[in-house]
Ligand binder design. Structure first.
Ligand SMILES: NC(=O)c1ccc[n+]([C@@H]2O[C@H](COP(=O)([O-])OP(=O)(O)OC[C@H]3O[C@@H](n4cnc5c(N)ncnc54)[C@H](OP(=O)(O)O)[C@@H]3O)[C@@H](O)[C@H]2O)c1
Length: 266
């Protein structure tokens, strides 16, 4: 089961990163999201090692970068992730981006399927995959991802992709769930709802995502915001409030215009 709330670790590196992730674990986060390309798997592993939390209570995920989509490289990359984190297994491993122009993501998926069989990872999934990419995984391997981690926030609410994921029993997980603190934080519509519920704008946005059925992985270096971002279960948004946030969706709402059909990351 993918936890509803996890902790994003992008930009948390080195000793300061270890301290921030340790703080998040002390504040009750049990799911940690990292990636080979964040260059902080060692940082995440160090924070886990310092904590006294039993391994089985943690949910640790990482992601395969585009430069290692070929089968043998993918297997070795997963092993290297484990060595860097000093873990025996990962709870989840994702293909970070499909990189469809390179067109090696099916081969990468086969490696993840086998890594799961070898016991290196418990669950396997994808990130930034469009329906056409997932259809191909299913057609060519017969195995669907457990999860699709995608950009999702009030300016980019992803109704079509969410629908597709749900129809295929794939968990939708939001990256940049608070829009990486962009202009959405000063949206009057959300500010008004926040006032009404005596919550922060960040909490309203995360609660909106939870009520959409989406898992979230907010990142915060602040003690107060780490705690706020997981205090989401003592209030509920009405249908009208949900709709007013969903209506903030923009046709060009992506934060950095990273369209998985054309954008590639290595
Ligand atoms: N799969 C992918 O391609 C992909 C891409 C991007 C990110 N991710 C993952 O998703 C995670 C989360 O996304 P993200 O880090 O891009 O952005 P985010 O979590 O949406 O936003 C983080 C920013 O928001 C601020 N913040 C946190 N909580 C807040 C609150 N309650 N109110 C106001 N501001 C708040 C943080 O500042 P403070 O630290 O000062 O609180 C930080 O500047 C990443 O860390 C990474 O693990 C995956």
């Amino acid at each position: 089961m993918v936890p509803l709330i996890g902790f994003g670790t992008y930009k948390l590196n080195g000793a300061q990163g270890v301290n921030t992730i340790t703080q998040a674990l002390n504040n009750g986060y049990r799911a940690l999201d990292t990636a080979v390309n964040y260059e902080n798997e060692g940082t995440v592993g160090q924070a886990i090692k310092r904590s006294s939390i039993p391994r089985e209570q943690l949910f640790v995920s990482s992601k395969l970068p585009g430069r290692h989509h070929h089968y043998h490289e993918a297997i070795v990359t997963i092993q290297e992730s484990l060595y860097r984190m000093q873990l025996d297994y990962l709870d989840l491993y994702l293909i970070h981006w499909p990189n469809p122009l390179e067109d090696n993501y099916v081969e990468a998926w086969q490696a993840l399927i086998d890594a799961q069989k070898f016991g290196l990872v418990r669950s396997i999934g994808v990130s930034n995959f469009l329906p056409e990419h997932i259809d191909r995984l299913e057609r060519e391997t017969g195995v669907l991802p457990a999860i699709n981690q995608i950009e999702l926030h009030p300016y980019w609410s992803q109704s079509e992709q969410r629908k597709y994921n749900a129809e295929h029993k794939i968990v939708t997980q939001a990256w940049s769930p608070i829009g990486r603190a962009n202009a959405v934080l000063s949206e009057p519509v959300i500010q008004k709802i926040a006032q009404k519920h005596s919550k922060t704008v960040g909490q309203i946005i995360l609660r909106w995502e939870i009520q959409l059925g989406v898992s979230v992985i907010p990142k915060s270096s602040s003690q107060v915001r780490q705690l706020q971002n997981k205090a989401l279960f003592d209030f509920e948004l009405s249908t009208a409030e949900m709709d007013s946030i969903t209506n903030l969706d923009k046709t060009d709402g992506r934060n950095k215009n990273q369209d998985p059909a054309t954008y590639q990351e290595f």
